[in-house]
Write a new protein. Structure first.
Lengths: 89, 182
């Protein structure tokens, strides 16, 4: 991985983190809690993928990257399901 | 027949990856338990969560991902022979870890001043357990980064950086679940 890729990874992480923090101030939680929750967890999922592939170097290890991404997606979907349960029932 | 195994593909030390997987499972289980208990009292959890400092936690996310960037950069600098720059990057990464702990400590102190403790509400059981365990890992990570800034063999820096990225990874999952979802 080049230094440029590392800088891009960091810049993307900062932007995604700012996005999640800005979402915490928005009024959308009272109006649209489902899209807000999905957006926040999607941002977390994207950040975690970048950390795994670029910071931890799994971009160079496709077998392990796929395994970690599967586990990460499964965890995020489980967290989303648990978050949505009290809203939809 | 090739003697190559998928284990050879793993970047860095295999033991560090076993630790990363273990931590991922522990914190993942903690977050699942948190949201499962929330099902019993979503309104109470939302009211308790509103007492947290979301801005401070958001700043801390940026602090940690920047610190992770410096740790990753340090490893590259060391491999390219820029030893002094690598050490500086590691010390800067550790200092950002200290900033994270200061912001977190301030939040704990504010909660204590408001009379909010471990047993105020089930939300705070999980809040202190998850963020406290994570903060303990940050302390360990800061010490590791400073240690490898001193004993700066490339493989030492790679292992300490991997530990630090794991701390980063846990926080980016913990932050939205504990502070944002409501």
């Amino acid at each position: 991985m080049s230094n440029r890729t590392l800088h891009i990874a960091w810049g993307t992480l900062v932007v995604l983190s700012l996005g999640a923090t800005l979402l915490s101030f928005a009024d959308i939680w009272a109006i649209w809690p489902i899209p807000a929750g999905m957006a926040v967890l999607a941002l977390a999922w994207l950040k975690a993928r970048i950390i795994l592939s670029q910071y931890l170097g799994l971009a160079a290890a496709p077998f392990w990257r796929r395994g970690f991404e599967f586990a990460l997606a499964a965890l995020c979907l489980l967290l989303l399901g648990l978050y949505l349960l009290p809203i939809i029932r | 027949m090739s003697g190559e195994s998928v284990l050879d593909e793993v970047p860095g030390d295999l033991m560090m990856w076993i630790l990363i997987i273990s931590e991922f499972l522990v914190f993942g289980a903690g977050l699942v338990a948190f949201l499962s208990v929330r099902l019993t009292d979503p309104v109470g959890f939302a009211q308790a969560q509103d007492m947290l400092d979301r801005t401070g936690a958001g700043i801390n996310t940026i602090v940690l991902v920047t610190s992770g960037f410096l740790a990753a950069l340090a490893h590259r600098l060391r491999l390219s022979g820029a030893r002094r720059k690598a050490r500086l990057a590691l010390v800067a990464a550790a200092m950002l870890g200290a900033v994270f702990l200061w912001i977190k400590g301030r939040e704990y102190a504010e909660k204590a001043a408001e009379g909010i403790g471990w047993d105020t509400h089930p939300f705070f059981n999980f809040y202190y357990m998850l963020t406290g365990l994570h903060a303990a890992h940050v302390v360990a990570g800061v010490l590791l980064l400073l240690l490898v800034a001193w004993r700066d063999a490339p493989e030492n820096i790679e292992d300490a950086s991997a530990f630090w990225h794991m701390v980063d990874l846990v926080w980016v999952l913990l932050f939205p679940v504990v502070y944002l979802l409501r």
